[in-house]
Design a protein around this ligand. Sequence first.
Ligand code: SF4
Length: 353
Amino acid sequence: MSDKKKKASKANEQSVGHSGYSIQPGKETILSGMQPTGALHIGNLEGALRNWVDLQDSYEMFCCIVDWHALTAEFKDTAGLKDRIYVMAVDWLASGLDPEKCAIFIQSEVRAHAELHLLLSMMISVPTLTRLPTYIEKKDEQGMDSYGFLGYPVLQAADILVYGAHKVPVGKDQSKHIWLANDLAKRFNHYYGPTLVEPSTLLTKIPLIPGTDGKKMSKSMDNHIAITASEEETSAKLKRMFTDPQKLRKNDPGRPEVCPVYKLHEVYSASENIAETIAPQCRSGELGCVDCKMRLAKNLNETLAPMREKRVEIEKNTGFIWDVLRDGAVKANERTEIVMDNVRSAMKMKYHD
Ligand code: SF4
């Protein structure tokens, strides 16, 4: 860690929140977030959640349901937002996130995200934002090329910096998102002195989870398998899943290396030593696709069973979910207040004692 980084980190560590909350010394901080899309699918589970669950023991972790981000696409219709937040929180808890170990909360219940977003937005030019790959890729999908959508990456940076997060767990393809947060922290520290922690990516090896059509799994493409799906629904979805297009009949030789079903076997049937069993049987034509898919369905359902059972238990107590989110917001507010106090002092904008 450079001297500047150490100073910024130290400035936050030394502070204590109004209710006595203090940053855990010696533990680095992680910020993770997801848009409230409702029930999660196995792509979300393997791509993010399992990793978060592993990290919660070693880091001070803040897990944020980013409802303000969701508004960039659907600001007119917010009626379903509360339900989607609730379902997502249930999935997070069922997958093993523990509110005793990490703060689980809703972004808009921690107003400091918005305050830091505003301050950081003064430090970046409009042309820089319009050159960002996400803006170029997604602007045509947006109903309106809004000011909020343009500033979305700055809000994302504020989400990270307002916790003094050292690391953000992402897959390799998302590491560019952290670049702006790091750049803005550097700019702030250059103008006002070492205050904000300059975050870095915590690169994680994410298994490839293809959708039932072989493309990236996504709810909007309706090619997903939801954690909440029943065993029957899961099996039915897998039955319709794309396979090697050259294997048309049961005894045709197949190519596991191009087959999305095989990719899921790699994740969910690892205990079967598939390279020695499924792969050669597919190549020789001994194994038909229907049987292969049903083997996968069995293994996938077995893997998801404990989570599905836990989900049902958690959902019996609606109040508990909202309590978790409220308590998480209290902790998050305490943490962000420490960082924002340092930010206001650094900017000479702390006008009263
Ligand atoms: S047998 Fe299995 S691995 Fe081979 S093409 Fe069919 S579904 Fe894919």
